[in-house]
Design a protein around this ligand. Structure first.
Ligand SMILES: Cc1cc2nc3c(=O)[nH]c(=O)nc-3n(C[C@H](O)[C@H](O)[C@H](O)COP(=O)(O)OP(=O)(O)OC[C@H]3O[C@@H](n4cnc5c(N)ncnc54)[C@H](O)[C@@H]3O)c2cc1C
Length: 422
């Protein structure tokens, strides 16, 4: 069987690898010059089942309304994006009831934990180098109310076997001495020992090499213009250079997936949510940050990654605009200073980056079958595409090849969306 995978970010490269592992002939097409050049390039690096909560928590409507016009808002809605969000936005809000939020949260944790298992197995076979660390993550809280909510979430997660350890302010500083300068601002923390971190771009590049060596054909610099159909089947892909055919197709083009779905006559409830990261060289000055720290109140994650420190966060609904806004960068730098006020920031060597998270309206990815018999979907991972990458790639590869999966993936199917149907 020959499969064409569209897109070579985390979703595309993992699917291609698992397809090939099970014997398929695979061709991957991507318009970029290499793997992971878009949203998978410099994300927050967190592999965190503990943070798998969908963004549409109850009350999200108020958060979005209050963000209008506020450059420092963690989740910012720009009025110009409103027309493209109309139907999507309604569905996003409809999914923000307590019951739906909890159900999506648990489903996200399930696939995130599965993904960790799949990654661990993959690494036994191929010890890839990608600045991987398995030291857990640390959530810190400034206000007592935030800490209480965090503990409630931690207890909720016990039902899906996510372990945690509550830390007093003193224990927190013992665990992460680099936080000592802000000790007085913190009310406590929660350590999640099973979380991991790793550099998503390095992972994609390394896995791409493995897949290439096993026979996967990667065609970079290949802009896909159209996907064609006849009746209920995809018949081919037209790129800027030629047309290609296969037995099956996997759509893994992240935030750009809806445009191909539209060409094929169905709607994908995926919209881009822009985020930023800054990567700074780790310069010794006081204790070096050792753990990934998630600051709940200011909605930012600071992650030691090899010889660098990365801070990622903020979300902007602003369409497909990928320009770097200096005010958002300044905002992220200010957040970093609130967590590590003594960290030496070398702005000359700092790398700023922005990416578009492919967000669905219920916060869960879309995996597997589509309205067309030979088209499969691996998209819509939003802020969790790294955490869920290996599990999603394996699940989708199993479905394409009609193999029995060890994971029950019905909850992530496309047909859960009513508004997507025609
Ligand atoms: C600031 C930020 C922080 C994040 N932090 C984390 C984190 O800590 N942990 C986590 O789990 N997730 C995180 N994420 C989310 C994660 O990065 C994404 O969910 C993931 O990268 C999506 O991968 P993807 O393969 O679906 O999309 P992409 O990586 O965007 O890949 C899609 C590919 O499709 C290609 N493509 C698109 N259109 C075409 C076309 N017409 N022709 C050919 N090729 C095309 C693109 O070139 C691209 O390579 C973060 C995201 C952001 C923005």
């Amino acid at each position: 069987m020959h499969v064409i995978v569209l897109g070579c970010g985390l979703a595309g490269v993992t699917t291609a690898y698992f397809l090939r592992e099970q014997g398929a002939a695979v061709t991957v097409l991507d318009r970029a010059s290499g793997p992971a050049r878009e949203t998978s390039f410099a994300n927050g690096s967190l592999l965190t089942p503990s943070l798998a909560d969908p963004w549409n928590s109850p009350g999200v409507f108020g958060v979005l309304l209050r963000s209008l016009g506020r450059e420092d808002a963690p989740m910012l809605l720009r009025p110009k994006a409103l027309p493209s969000l109309a139907l999507w936005g309604l569905s996003f809000l409809r999914n923000s009831t307590q019951a739906r939020y909890e159900s999506s949260f648990l489903n996200n944790v399930r696939i995130s934990s599965y993904s960790q298992t799949v990654l661990a197995t993959l690494l036994q076979k191929h010890p890839l180098q990608f600045e991987h660390a398995m030291d857990g993550t640390l959530q810190v809280f400034r206000k007592q109310k935030g800490l209480e909510h965090g503990l409630k979430v931690a207890h909720f997660l016990k039902q899906v076997e996510i372990r945690h350890r509550a830390l007093t302010r003193e224990e927190l500083i013992e665990f992460e001495p680099a936080l000592a300068p802000i000790k007085g601002d913190l009310s406590g923390g929660i350590a999640y020992p099973d979380d991991e971190v790793g550099n998503a771009r390095l992972f994609c590049e390394a896995l791409c090499d493995v897949a290439k060596n096993s026979g996967v054909i990667f065609r970079f610099g290949e802009q896909v213009l159209r996907v064609e159909r006849r009746r209920k089947m995809v018949t081919g892909v037209i790129t800027a250079r030629e047309s290609l055919e296969a037995d099956a197709y996997v759509l893994a083009t992240g935030s750009y997936s809806p445009e191909f779905a539209k060409q094929l006559g169905f709607r994908l409830p995926v919209r881009p949510a822009k985020g930023y990261s800054l990567t700074l060289p780790m310069i010794e000055a006081g204790p070096r940050p050792r753990h990934a720290v998630i600051d709940d109140e200011i909605h930012a994650a600071v992650v030691p990654l090899g010889e660098s420190l990365r801070i990622a966060g903020t979300a902007e609904f602003t369409g497909y605009d990928q320009r770097i806004n200096p005010r958002r960068i300044a905002n992220l730098l200010a957040l970093l200073r609130r967590i590590y006020p003594e960290f030496r920031i070398d702005e000359q060597r700092m790398k700023s980056w922005t990416g578009l998270r492919p967000m669905t309206t219920d916060g869960m990815p879309i995996l597997g079958t589509s309205p067309l018999a030979n088209l499969f979907l691996n998209t819509g991972h939003g802020p969790l595409g790294w955490t869920m990458a290996c599990g999603s790639g394996k699940i989708v590869a199993d479905m394409v090849l009609n193999q029995r999966s060890e994971f029950e993936a019905r909850a992530y199917r496309y047909d859960r969306f009513r508004w997507g149907r025609k």
